[in-house]
Design a protein around this ligand. Structure first.
Ligand code: 5AD
Ligand code: SF4
Length: 618
């Protein structure tokens, strides 16, 4: 019997209930990229008879049992870039989008923003169209986050709203398909399909290449899922499509996954093992982004040369006109653990340098091209392009990384240094691999190595076993370091994690919230003090556009990634003496800072400049 027929028959005899377990078995058997890594769980209320009969008859002529065994025995061998033959039970044209309109909604971190661009790039190549209007969508895909309970609750609420949209859909239109992508798909797997029958597809973070096939299966009224994690998927060959046409900044994913296994964190389970993208493909993407920028500058220059007298065009409301990309943020769950092992010659046993006093939860890895090497190469591509990176782990800041940040004008002097707690006892329970003392020593070392560096951090309030004394230690760390930016969270227990299995979530909810409030207050006080040291300084600001609060103000970011607001006024262009201009998105301008709060700086604009020229002014 054909294996899929077998699955379907077992499903029928079980009365549809335990379908998923049978399907997940087949899913695991087939491994990544095989042609049967989806669940086939017809929901009775959504039977589209004609389509399904047709589909079933094609299933009968589909792959043999051997086909799946073969796939199972050769896992991970296929390169991500290899072109797949279409699965035998799907026609080639069923893998195409047929002008169906996709609406993508992103939740969570910047990795998810980048993943949305990757998913869209894949769908666009398959003939799907993109819409920003929910009402006209044929496919709605939510790129989800699981890091805290609250993040997931937001998605469940959204699914209830979408359910209404699906039910109300007129019969004259093609049925609306809804998909859950990313961490929540990975964490909850079939629970989502069982709980929300109106979800049609699930795609884990390593399964976006499979989206056209999953949607093709969903077209016939089946639920479809691929939540296989991969050891090598980095989407290296997928050029993400910039979602925002007005972007002055782009994300470039350089690695995926996390091997750290901090005891509170779900990420290693939803995103899988650490793997880095080859440097060559990262550089290629950054070069393309830079060419895009230079293309824009050329066009901009032509406009200003051909119309010298009317160079100050009236500004259209809301939109500021042409844009320029001037910033690249390198992304990864553990961005500075980057290690390109893609070529044998990279693997000479170069020892791994960690920050002093820091350890790893895993056996130290050797060889490969490391983050300092990548940062060096990326920063050389375009001296006018700012380089940032997130999210790093404090253990991976060896001196060579700090020196490079100090030396290169276009690498932003901004470091995110997630501390999580100020108590060594809690840090140990969190399995962070450092003590408070080692962390503080690193902060001092970073400040000595990179004068004027801006620091930010993540903290968790109310982790398992956290006492009042531990909390006071965190408060004192906030006071001691005086971060410029902070991201503070109440602890949220996640299944599968070490803390879930071994520790007790024993800090009452109201205590967690009270401690969180205290941390927020202290962080704000200290950030205000830290940011006030900028008052009177002249800072280089990359203009983003109009301020959200006032149509007469512009906003941009300084080197430390802090928002800077200033009135939209005429100024001189230092490269064209005598020319009076007004700032456009993507311009670098010098702003004299006049006031500061915990989150924003205010000032007035002095002149338009370039990144290279600006160092002389600061
Ligand atoms: N509960 C609360 N916060 C968490 N984070 C990660 N896991 C949890 C959790 N279970 C926070 C950490 C991390 C940031 C991305 O999210 O501070 O650095
Ligand atoms: Fe989670 Fe970050 Fe720790 Fe990895 S390093 S387990 S992503 S908190």
């Amino acid at each position: 019997m054909h294996p899929l027929q077998c699955v379907l028959q077992v499903q029928r005899s079980l009365g549809w209930g335990p379908l998923a377990s049978v399907s997940w078995l087949s899913l695991r058997m087939c491994r990544a990229h095989s042609s049967l890594s989806s669940t086939m769980c017809p929901s009775p209320e959504r039977q589209e008879d004609g389509a399904r009969k047709d589909f079933s008859s094609r299933l009968a002529a589909g792959p043999t049992f051997q086909h799946f065994l073969k796939s199972a025995s050769a896992p991970q061998e296929k390169l991500s870039s290899e072109v797949e033959d279409p699965p035998p039970y799907l026609m080639m044209d069923e893998l195409l989008g047929r002008q169906r309109k996709v609406y993508l909604e992103t939740y969570g971190c910047q990795m998810n923003v980048n993943d949305t661009e990757i998913a869209w790039s894949i769908l666009q190549k398959s003939g799907y169209l993109r819409t920003s209007n929910l009402q006209e969508a044929d496919v709605i895909l939510l790129v989800t986050c699981s890091i805290r309970e609250k993040a997931e609750q937001t998605i469940w609420n959204r699914l209830h709203q979408l359910k209404a949209l699906k039910t109300r859909r007129p019969r004259s239109r093609v049925p609306l398909r809804i998909g859950i992508l990313g961490c929540m798909a990975e964490r909850l797997k079939e629970e989502i399909l069982n709980r929300e029958k109106m979800v049609d597809i699930l795609a884990g973070p390593d399964a976006y290449r499979d989206l056209p096939r999953l949607l093709a299966v969903a077209e016939s009224g089946q639920q479809a899922a691929n939540v296989l994690l991969s050891l090598d998927e980095t989407y290296a060959d997928v050029m993400p499509v910039q979602t925002s046409a007005s972007a002055t900044s782009a994300f470039v994913s350089i690695m995926r996954g996390c091997d750290n296994m901090c005891s509170y964190c779900i990420v290693p389970f939803t995103r899988g093992r650490e793997r880095s993208r080859p440097i060559a493909s990262i550089l290629e993407e950054v070069k393309k982004l830079s060419e895009q920028r230079r293309g824009f500058s050329m066009l901009f220059r032509l406009v200003s040369i051909s119309r010298p007298q009317v160079f100050l065009p009236p500004r259209p409301p809301k939109v500021l006109g042409l844009q320029g990309l001037k910033e690249v943020t390198l992304l990864g769950q553990n961005v500075n653990s980057f290690r390109d092992n893609s070529e044998v010659q990279f693997n000479s046993a170069v020892p791994t340098n960690l920050s002093r006093g820091f350890t790893t939860n895993y056996k130290t890895k050797q060889g490969g091209l490391r983050f300092a090497h990548l940062l060096d190469q990326v920063s050389r591509v375009d001296p006018e392009m700012r380089i940032r990176f997130t999210s790093p782990h404090p253990k991976d800041f060896p001196d060579e990384v700090l020196q490079l940040i100090h030396e290169r004008d276009n690498i932003c002097k901004q470091i995110h240094l997630p501390a999580q707690s100020g108590s060594s006892r809690v840090l140990e329970a969190m399995r962070r691999g450092y003590s408070r003392e080692a962390y503080v020593e690193l902060v001092h070392h970073i400040r000595e190595s990179i004068p004027g560096v801006s620091l930010s951090s993540d903290f968790i309030a109310g982790f398992c076993g956290e006492t009042e004394e531990d909390h006071v230690q965190t408060v004192s760390l906030l006071r001691e370091v005086q971060y410029n930016m902070g991201f503070l969270f109440a602890y949220s227990m996640r299944q599968k994690t070490r803390a879930y299995h071994r520790l007790k979530d024993d800090v009452p909810e109201e205590v967690k919230l009270r401690r969180l409030e205290e941390l927020i207050t202290i962080f704000r006080e200290e950030a205000t003090k830290a940011n006030q040291t900028s008052v009177g300084c002249t800072q280089l600001v990359l203009v983003e556009g109009l301020s959200k609060r006032s149509a007469t103000d512009l906003c941009g970011r300084n080197d430390g990634n802090l928002k800077v607001i200033f009135p939209d006024a005429e100024m001189e262009d230092v490269n064209n003496p005598g020319l009076r201009v007004r700032a456009q998105p993507g311009d670098y301008v010098l702003v004299k800072i006049t006031s500061a709060s915990s989150q924003t700086l205010r000032g007035h604009v002095l002149c338009r400049t370039t990144l290279r020229d600006s160092s002389a002014y600061c």
